[in-house]
Every structure is written in structure tokens, then in C-alpha cells.
Design a protein around this ligand. Structure first.
Ligand code: TYM
Length: 332
């Protein structure tokens, strides 16, 4: 089977519906056709300030949510980035072939460093994309399923792989980003032109997988729409409604056209009420299963350790090849 790699940051308390639709659902579908490797990127999380105890807990919680949502740790390799030392080791080598200007052009770095202020932004944040490239390249992944916001990082990964190969000889597989157009971007419910994100300014626009059903329903019912009342998919004129229709369509397995027909002559209120039910029904069982898995952290840690060992077998072989190609003296 061809290899696939993707990663996600451990998030405070819960994943949001954008992670679920943009990443998780795709991963779940792809894991049968690919030899899938999924990584919880705790080293990436360190690029912004973290509370140590919370980071540890969130890493477990994130793993539990992925398993609860259908990533099978027996079929796929689901592991924690810091458990496989080859990741930061390869990142170092990639840092040495990345241009300073090239890394400075990463839009996510520009956004995040602007938010942190020039003293708050760290060298770690700057080096983030090269660690991500290392994640992908260690596994000879051909496919990298991500949301639209990660496209530029995957492009950089391709450039670095090509550059390394031409300087040191064929070593890396050049990966392709897999981005599903319709679901590549889920927007904030209160600000439907901004990407839904863990770091959103207001809580009420973000639907968390682990929210209580009543909280989820309330957030969806109070999502921003526009003055009209016609339920129609129009990203420019009706970004709020378009976002709700996207979420609805994916979770209910109906096309946008079917939904538009279903809500002809009915208002936004009905759409939101029904969508709230669909979301609650989707996340209810995932939430319950997550809590169950978290009841036995030792077992969860054992599964992650086993998967990390499997990942390390692949990653260490790639790293050894890289060290050899660039001329590092082997330790005998
Ligand atoms: P992260 O943790 O921010 O997000 C995980 C995945 O969720 C997608 N996503 C969204 N998709 C649609 N709509 C949204 N509103 C939305 N918000 C997030 C992201 O695109 C991502 O696919 N740098 C990565 C993690 C990473 C990685 C990797 C990914 C590290 N190494 C190697 C792929 C391969 C990140 O911060 O994702």
C-alpha cells in the first residue's frame, strides 16, 4: 500500500469541527487504502507558550479523540512526535538547506509571529515548517491529506525534498498534498470569513468536539447568517449560510443541492435547528468514547508506545540514509 502521512497539534481540551471535517474524516476514509501514519505533533506545539501539565494531558486527549473518531491504531500508525527522535534530527538537516528568506515567506509564520510580537516569536516558530517537512519525509509518504491552511508547508516540503535529492542523490519521495476542495476550510460561526481555529478570538464561533450537546446546539443556533432568509450556497453573498451548508452536507452525507431543495421556503432557523441535531448526533458517540478511553490512560499510553516503535523503525532507516548522504561519520 502507498504510504500516507498527516499530523495535528494537540489541542487544548478538544479538537474543533474544522479539524474533524478538514482532516479526521478524510484520514478515516483513506486509512484503508493507504499505509497511514498519523502523528500528534507535540514538538510543534512547543512553538507557542504551553503549560507543561496541560500539554501532556492534551496530547493524550487528542490521541483519544482521534481513536474515538475512527482512526484505528491497529491498522494505522498513530503516535506522538516526541517519541521518535528522528523528527527533530532530520529537521536540523533540513534547516541547513532552507533559505532564510524562504522560511520568512511562510504565511503561517508571518501571521503567528505578528500575533506574538517580535520578541514573543521564537526561532522554534520560524523553524516550524522544516520540522513539518521532516515529519513527512521520514516516512516516504506519497500523500499528505491536510486542510487548505497547510498547503504552503507541503509545497515547502516538496521543494526541500527535491533540493536534497538533487544535491545529495535520490533520497526522499516528493509528496503530494491531498486537499479536498469542498471541506478544505471550515469557517468561524461568528465570523464566517475567517478560518475556524483553536486560537479564535471568540469561543462562541468555534464548535468543539468535546462540548456538551447543549453548548454545541446553542453555538449553531446563534451562528451568524445574513439579513435574507433564502437558504442558498453563495460563498460571496452568504458566507455564514454557505459554511453551515458545508458542515451539514459533510456530516449528513447529502449534497448541497439536496439541502438547498430541502430548505426551499424555510428559513435559517430551521436549517440551524436541524444542523445542530446532526452535529450533536455525530459528536455524541465520539465524545462518550473519548471519555471512556481517557479513563484508562495507561492503556492509551501503551498503544501510543507500540505505535511509536513501529514509526521509529521506518523513520530511523530514513534518517540513517540522510546522515550518510550528507557525510556524517557513523557511530560504530
Ligand atoms: P493543525 O493541528 O492546525 O490542524 C490539523 C488539521 O486540521 C486542518 N484544519 C482545518 N481544516 C478545515 N477547516 C478548518 N477550519 C481547519 N482547521 C484546521 C489542518 O489543515 C490540518 O490538516 N502544521 C500542522 C500539523 C502538522 C502536519 C505535519 C500536517 C505537523 N506536521 C505533517 C501534515 C503533515 C497543523 O498545525 O495542523
Amino acid at each position: 500500500k502507498p504510504r500516507l502521512f498527516s499530523g495535528m497539534q494537540p489541542s487544548a481540551n478538544s479538537l474543533q469541527i474544522g479539524n474533524y471535517i478538514g482532516a479526521l474524516l478524510q484520514w478515516k476514509d483513506l486509512q484503508t487504502d493507504y499505509d497511514a501514519v498519523f502523528c500528534i505533533v507535540d514538538l510543534h506545539a512547543l512553538t507557542v507558550p504551553q503549560d507543561p501539565a496541560l500539554l501532556r494531558e492534551n496530547t493524550r486527549r487528542t490521541a483519544a479523540q482521534y481513536i474515538a473518531a475512527g482512526i484505528d491504531p491497529a491498522e494505522s500508525t498513530l503516535f506522538v512526535q516526541s517519541h521518535v527522535a528522528a523528527h527533530p534530527e532530520l529537521a536540523w538537516v533540513l534547516n541547513t538547506i532552507t533559505g532564510f528568506g524562504e522560511a520568512s515567506r511562510m504565511t503561517q509564520f508571518k501571521d503567528k509571529s505578528a500575533r506574538q510580537g517580535s520578541d514573543g516569536a521564537t526561532v522554534g516558530l520560524f523553524a516550524y515548517p522544516m520540522l513539518m517537512a521532516a515529519d513527512i519525509l521520514l516516512y516516504d509518504a506519497v500523500a499528505v491529506p491536510v486542510g487548505d491552511d497547510q498547503r504552503q508547508h507541503v509545497e515547502l516540503t516538496r521543494d526541500l525534498a527535491g533540493r536534497f535529492n538533487s544535491r545529495f542523490g535520490e533520497t526522499f519521495v516528493v509528496p503530494e498534498a491531498v486537499i479536498l476542495k469542498e471541506t478544505a476550510r471550515i469557517y468561524d460561526l461568528q465570523e464566517p470569513t475567517a478560518k475556524m481555529s483553536k486560537s479564535a478570538s471568540s469561543e462562541s464561533g468555534v464548535v468543539w468536539m468535546m462540548d456538551e450537546p447543549s453548548v454545541t446546539a446553542k453555538k449553531i443556533r446563534s451562528a451568524v447568517t445574513d439579513d435574507g432568509r433564502e437558504v442558498r450556497f453563495d460563498r460571496g453573498e452568504k458566507p455564514g449560510v454557505a459554511n453551515l451548508l458545508t458542515i451539514y452536507s459533510v456530516l449528513a452525507g447529502k449534497t448541497i443541492a439536496e439541502l438547498e431543495a430541502e430548505y426551499t421556503g424555510r428559513g435559517y432557523g430551521d436549517l440551524k435547528k436541524d444542523l445542530a441535531e446532526v452535529v450533536v448526533e455525530t459528536f455524541g458517540p465520539i465524545r462518550a468514547r473519548t471519555l471512556e478511553l481517557l479513563d484508562d490512560p495507561a492503556e492509551l499510553d501503551r498503544v501510543l508506545a507500540g505505535n511509536a516503535a513501529r514509526a521509529a523503525t521506518i523513520a530511523d532507516a530514513t534518517l540513517a540514509k540522510v546522515y550518510d548522504r550528507v557525510g556524517l561519520l557513523p557511530r560504530v
